[in-house]
Design a protein around this ligand. Sequence first.
Ligand SMILES: NC(=O)c1ccc[n+]([C@@H]2O[C@H](COP(=O)([O-])OP(=O)(O)OC[C@H]3O[C@@H](n4cnc5c(N)ncnc54)[C@H](O)[C@@H]3O)[C@@H](O)[C@H]2O)c1
Length: 436
Amino acid sequence: MNITVIGTGYVGLVTGACFAEFGVHVTCVDKDEEKIAQLEAGSIPIYEPGLEEIVRRQKAAGRLSFTTDVRAGIQSSLVIFIAVPTPPQSDGSTDLSFVEQVGRTIGEHINGYKVVVTKSTVPVGTADRLRKIIGDSITQSGREQFHCSVASNPEFLREGSAVGDFMRPDRVVIGADDDEAVAILRDLYNPLYLIEVPFIVTNVATAELIKYASNAFLATKITFINEIANLCEAVSADVHLVARAMGLDGRISSKFLHAGPGYGGSCFPKDTASLAHFSRQMGVEQRVVTAVCEANEAQRDRMVDKIEGMVGDLDGATIGVLGLSFKPNTDDVRDSPAIEIVTRLQDRGARIRCFDPEAMDNAKAMLKDVEFCSDVYSAAEGCSALVLATEWNEFRMLDLPRIREALTEPVIVDLRNIYDPAEMRREGFRYSGVGR
Ligand SMILES: NC(=O)c1ccc[n+]([C@@H]2O[C@H](COP(=O)([O-])OP(=O)(O)OC[C@H]3O[C@@H](n4cnc5c(N)ncnc54)[C@H](O)[C@@H]3O)[C@@H](O)[C@H]2O)c1
């Protein structure tokens, strides 16, 4: 089977490369010429563990190709995945212009039956809207002899473990209103069916909503434990143990119960806001999700207050920040709590020295007047506090005497709770975690 993935970013590139591993012929299309040239030359534009080897192997095997020629991609394939951005707008709604543009282009070039699949996260009703856009475009281009199905196949991969998540997902969700599309998508995902990955096959609206409900629930879990952490600080309780005991209850589970600076990244903030927005448009208020969005915002302020509380006056202070990506094992800094905290510290007059193993190039485009350092110890040099903002593994085993030596004041603010408070005090630090 030939498939095309339009949009070769974090989701599209992983999707394309992994389907090629399944034995499918994949064309990855992107409008970004530089990105395609880089992929053609054999390197990948993002940091995602394990992905580069797969891309190289599948490209060499002739199953994976890259192009900016969207027409060729559309015409050569039976299944077309849309994996373009769906960014937030200021009112919380989703900007669907990228998806709609792809829909119009598909209608212009369609040359046979196609299954058009939204992998991008899109509000409920988008597949129906896309079907109409493609239909209108088919009519305008005089291609009425051809038609397509529009299906929803939301993606649940996590950056940093995207390849494993795609190859062994907890479930595959297929939303389609016709049997032909379902049969084709089942066929495409057969390698996962064979390893007994659960398949949820449903209508498009349900599939679209599953993605938002899942992300909003995870965001709620994070926010819930953050608010409990804030209470722990007021009553001298330890959120680490509260979360551990809660997580041992099988009905709750231990995942996503780590207190910290609040959720970030390119998905949770925009997806929670979008769910609240489109639900409101349907006349159904999402009170929980709306409160989660507000509490998450407040958590970021609280982190800056916490740092200020440990340092005294931030005005003129130099602060070292470890980690800039929104989570470890990725170079993605979109809506990263670390970036936000850096800019809020700067707003209060602080100078920043920072280090991240993979995300500094991307961070340079977002941060001004920051000293990007070559390693952890250089970031700590001459600082009145060191802030652990992202829990990269290499930050878990720091040479603490060397850090103490580098700092002007022995202050560590551990926003990811990766160190033990008692041990840090024994090491001579004034230490603050979150909720312990
Ligand atoms: N990143 C994640 O972890 C993740 C997980 C699940 C779902 N999603 C969803 O997947 C979608 C894509 O996210 P992403 O993180 O991969 O985005 P991304 O920004 O990394 O990649 C999107 C790519 O689409 C390209 N593009 C935009 N318009 C195009 C067009 N008309 N033709 C061809 N290419 C075009 C861009 O150049 C870019 O390379 C979003 O809806 C997102 O919410 C993301």
